[in-house]
Design a protein around this ligand. Structure first.
Ligand code: ZN
Length: 503
């Protein structure tokens, strides 16, 4: 096996050689991939039901008790070896199948968003429960589609007597809870060779691996209360400090990388009485940057501004990190492999009824919403098209308008690839009632199954072709180029677990 031995001496120059080798082998190893799609087809209905059940019990940020119970039960029914409470998170679960061989992780999510309660299927804003939660990011589909892929790979391994392990990781609290960062910190991915995931979207394609590293921090200022009119000179205002910190950061914007983002919210203004000098105030910052090292530098500058504001106002400041994600690290061999399976499968097939249903939602979007949806994937808008009819090109979109994801943290420690599945009308804004409403439509189910097929075929290729795994690992090392991984969640930060009563 000279290919694998060569890895030990792997350098940047070896990456293209390895990629070429795996492509040559690829021609011989892919004849089973249609079988994997048949397995996905056979399992589809059970996973559509799982997705719909989770849609109907929207739970947020580490409170996903019922959703994780549904995922756990499905893992057991499918015959996985189930590990609960992984990384000490009561709403995280992992199922493993197979023996020996490489370890392929397929990552899923199932958390919802607050304030987005919405009836299914109706193209007008109509909450089921005022102020309730809703699946505004399609994570009901994300989790179910990922487990469908893992279950198909499990059956494929068993049927063919192949060595290899496939795992489904049910990850809670993606929306603001950064659970995968805590899971990385706990080492639950340490023996994983490759991670695969997907996200619902308007278009199908291989995810352009660009996201922003981020840190969320609280800055607590403490001053001295006083009568604001009788003894103002004795008071020291924490609210003044917050305001000066915000002014300082707003001046800093001109002198930071243009791809960075800084947002803030005053979460405690120190009380409602204007005639009391505010003795305490808290501002929450969300700092984002293109890379992890850039983030570390920017957060340090924001901390200095906070100290400056405290100095100016004779108050004190204490900061605490709440959560954080690393940026996504791409992987060329994995992206090319996934793209090849996607091209072979073709785009998802939607019928006239799917297009008609999507068109009703699209009628509620502005021209700008629709243009932005195309632009995000580097596509030219097509007039009157309600649902995706093609695959967006590899590397599509310029990646200038992106958010953050906790998959980014995984991608620093394990070579990772993600797909975008076409599950909703073109132009649908993220985190919107329209997205919630489309979460149980037949188009969403078809897009989920389509993504599961691509992920499962990619996983099977990885298990059948160790050279691809080695090429992916070499690409990963070359991209990081020795940059040390610093988890944006420090060791002393605990996940914000609520009081959960297991019934
Ligand atoms: Zn999401």
């Amino acid at each position: 096996m000279p290919i694998y031995c060569a890895i030990i001496f792997c350098t940047l120059e070896l990456v293209p050689i390895l990629v070429t080798l795996y492509r040559r082998r690829n021609a011989n190893t892919m004849k089973n991939s249609d079988t994997i799609w048949d397995i996905v087809d056979a399992k589809r209905d059970a996973f559509i039901d799982l997705s719909d059940r989770v849609w109907g019990m929207p739970e947020i940020n580490y409170t996903e008790v019922r959703s994780v119970a549904e995922h756990t039960r499905m893992l057991q029914e499918q015959g996985f070896r189930v590990h609960k409470d992984i990384a000490g998170l009561p709403t995280a679960v992992m199922g493993e199948a197979g023996e020996g061989g490489p370890v392929i992780a397929i990552l899923g999510e199932f958390d919802a968003l607050p304030g987005l309660s919405q009836e299914a299927g109706v193209a007008e804003e109509r909450p089921v429960e005022a102020g309730g939660n809703g699946h505004g990011c399609g994570h009901n589909l994300l989790g179910s589609g990922s487990m469908l892929a893992a279950a198909a790979v499990k059956d494929f391994l068993a049927a063919n007597g192949l060595p290899g392990r496939v795992r489904y990781y049910g990850c809670p609290a993606e929306e603001g809870g950064s659970s995968k960062g805590f899971m990385v910190r706990a080492g639950v991915f340490d023996d994983v060779d490759i991670a695969i995931s997907w996200h619902p979207a308007a278009f199908a394609g291989v995810n352009n691996p660009i996201s922003l590293a981020c840190n969320e921090l609280n800055f607590h200022f403490s001053g001295r209360a006083s009568h604001a009119s009788a003894t103002p000179h004795l008071g020291r205002s924490a609210l003044d400090a917050v305001e000066l910190m915000n002014v300082g950061v707003n001046y800093m914007r001109e002198h930071m990388p243009s791809s960075a983002r800084v947002h803030y919210a005053i979460t405690d203004a120190g009380g409602s009485a204007p005639n009391v000098v505010q003795a305490r105030a808290t501002v929450r910052y969300l700092v984002r940057a293109r890379t992890l090292p850039e983030l570390i530098t920017l957060v340090a500058r924001v901390r200095k501004v906070a100290e400056g504001a405290a100095l100016m106002t004779e108050t004190t400041v204490r900061s605490e990190v709440i959560s954080g994600d690393a940026n996504l690290v791409g992987n060329t061999p994995l992206e090319e492999s996934m793209f090849a399976h996607l091209e072979r499968l073709g785009p998802p097939v939607f019928d006239a009824a799917d297009h008609a249903a999507a068109a009703k939602f699209q009628a509620t979007y502005s021209t700008e919403d629709i243009a932005a949806s195309y632009g995000r994937f580097g596509l030219t808008p097509k007039r009157g098209l309600a649902l995706c009819d093609s695959i967006f090109p590899l590397g599509g979109g310029d990646g200038t308008l992106v958010g953050s994801t906790d998959v980014g943290t995984v991608s620093w420690v394990v070579p990772t690839v993600q797909m975008r599945g076409a599950t909703y009308a073109i132009g649908t804004p993220g985190h919107s009632w329209q997205l919630v409403a489309q979460g149980k439509l037949p188009a969403a189910h078809k897009g989920m199954e389509h993504a599961a097929k691509v992920m499962a075929a990619t996983a099977v290729e990885l298990i059948c072709n160790p050279a691809l795994i080695e090429a992916a690992k070499a690409d990963h090392q070359a991209r990081l180029d020795g940059t040390p991984f610093v988890n944006p969640i420090p060791d002393d930060v605990e996940p914000p677990l609520p009081e959960i009563h297991h019934g």
